[in-house]
Ligand binder design. Structure first.
Ligand SMILES: Nc1ncnc2c1ncn2[C@@H]1O[C@H](COP(=O)(O)OP(=O)(O)OP(=O)(O)O)[C@@H](O)[C@H]1O
Ligand SMILES: [Mg+2]
Length: 304
């Protein structure tokens, strides 16, 4: 039995401008114990999938099972198995951090939970904020509380919708250390993030979503293998020759071009020389998940 099974999920939102289809027959099974990454550009439909999984939003068609429990027909059973860290910061401003966690425990009917609450506070660097009112916390601290709240009933499935947006480097490391530990202990993790180096480091399998369709579903190792092997990277202010520009990803002064092998790199450098471009800080590096992501998204754009 899958931890999570999205079965032909479609979602159409009614908007003042008419109907908008955010998800189009999305099917996806996440197995027990996986660390699964759901990636896609803004508006791809990631949060919509998670809202439907959480039972907060009703699919237009299709169904979602959580360890066999239907999130619509068997909401309470499905919800209890899920710990969801939402993308939006929502909280009750009148609670202290500890009260919020106790309240959440009560919601799930978990009694005498203080030992686990203390461990959560400690693991997420919130120990000295336990008595602080939620209003007094910074944005990053509120996000830590949301993570703690999601985990208070030790759910077998942990769902994180961009948990590290606006979070500093230190907490990101603390958070991933903690989530990876829970994953090793058997918890299934579903993660959405725009930080692709995090996804690359953590996820064993990835789905890429674009305009409500899954356009790629693959183990991480295969995805990285499928990437063109190398990337030529340099800095320049000059305009690139058209043949090179076509293949390049440009961020400010930084230019990155996928290259198969040494011969390909040589040809690129020759083309730059012919175009009177003098590259600075030249590096050749291995292709990473971001390179694959951009390739997949462009390929799909060309196809549709
Ligand atoms: N309540 C709503 N009413 C109408 N349209 C909506 C609603 N919620 C989401 N959408 C639209 O559905 C699409 C998918 O939104 P969603 O929030 O799922 O994207 P996302 O992949 O989570 O993006 P991001 O990376 O920005 O968080 C977007 O075009 C969005 O504008
Ligand atoms: Mg989102």
């Amino acid at each position: 039995m899958s931890a999570v099974s999205f079965q032909s999920i479609s979602k159409t939102y009614q908007t003042p401008k008419g109907a908008f289809q955010a998800l189009n027959h999305v099917s996806l099974d996440i197995e027990e114990g996986e660390f699964f990454g759901l990636l896609g550009p803004n508006g791809a439909g990631k949060t919509t999938m998670i809202s439907i999984l959480a039972g907060l939003s009703r699919p237009t068609s299709g169904r979602v099972l959580v360890q066999g429990s239907d999130v619509q027909a068997d909401y309470a059973a499905a919800r209890r198995k899920l710990g969801i860290v939402p993308q939006e910061l929502v909280f009750d401003p009148f609670f202290s951090v500890r009260e919020a966690l106790r309240f959440q425990s009560g919601y799930f009917g978990v009694k005498n939970n203080d030992a686990w609450i203390d461990e959560l506070l400690h693991s997420l660097g919130l120990a000295d904020k336990a008595g602080a009112n939620m209003r007094q916390l910074s944005g990053g601290m509120k996000r830590r509380v949301l993570v703690a709240q999601a985990l208070v009933h030790k759910p077998p499935i942990i769902v994180l919708d961009e948990p590290t947006a606006g979070v500093d480097v230190e907490l990101r490391q603390t958070l991933w250390h903690f989530i990876a530990k829970l994953n090793r202990e058997g918890h299934t993790v579903l993660l959405t993030t725009h930080y692709l180096e995090e996804a690359e480091a953590l996820c064993s399998r990835v789905a890429m979503l674009k305009q409500g369709h899954i356009v790629k579903l693959s183990p991480m190792s295969e995805l990285l293998k499928s990437a063109s092997a190398n990337v030529l990277q340099f800095k320049t202010d000059a305009a690139l020759p058209p043949a090179v520009a076509q293949r390049a990803r440009v961020t400010g002064r930084i230019v990155q071009i996928p290259a198969q092998d040494a011969g390909d790199v040589e040809r690129l450098l020759a083309a730059l020389r012919e175009g009177a471009v003098v590259p600075e800080d030249v590096e050749i590096r291995r292709a990473d998940l971001e390179d694959v992501f951009i390739h997949v998204m462009n390929e799909q754009g060309a196809a549709s």
